[in-house]
Design a binder for this molecule. Structure first.
Ligand SMILES: [Zn+2]
Length: 151
């Protein structure tokens, strides 16, 4: 059984790779590379897989899940400039992909136990662009191979 809770935060970011030239960054990321950044109203859906507790009938009390999401994601991300204020985005390009992975890493230790585990993190950067992350990674280098974020 999978349960999902949705949260929202607003944040600024810019997308550029310091290993690339200004021209290459502009070509790859377009306006998203502009130095002063820009903002998004991010929507995040966090899904947990598990069996309902025989006593409560719930996989996880949704109030408790909301508290964890607020503490681990909304408070550190909301109204921040991700590149300058929220590690690891001083080193990692804050694309929707990398945001989804960071949220996964923040939540997994708080949510996984014998009865339930984190199933998916979905990050909407805009209403028509979202990323799903299931905790697997094909390559280790976080600064190369990232797709550009939308402007
Ligand atoms: Zn953007």
């Amino acid at each position: 059984m999978v349960i999902t809770r949705k949260i929202e935060f607003s944040a600024s970011h810019l997308c550029r790779n310091p290993r690339l030239s200004e021209e290459e960054n502009q070509k790859l990321f377009g306006p998203a590379a502009n130095a002063h950044g820009h903002g998004h109203n991010y929507v995040v859906e966090v899904s947990l897989e598990g069996d309902p507790d025989p006593v409560t009938g719930m996989v996880l009390d949704l109030k408790e899940l909301k508290q964890i999401l607020t503490h681990e994601v909304v408070e550190p991300y909301d109204h921040r400039f991700l590149n300058y204020e929220v590690p690891p985005f001083d080193r990692v390009i804050p694309t929707a992909e990398n945001i989804a992975r960071d949220i996964w890493q923040r939540l997994e230790p708080r949510l996984n136990d014998a009865r339930k585990k984190l199933h998916a993190v979905r990050v909407y950067e805009t209403p028509d662009l979202f990323v799903d992350y299931f905790g697997t990674q094909l390559v280790g280098d976080q600064l190369s191979g990232d797709r550009p974020c939308s402007a």
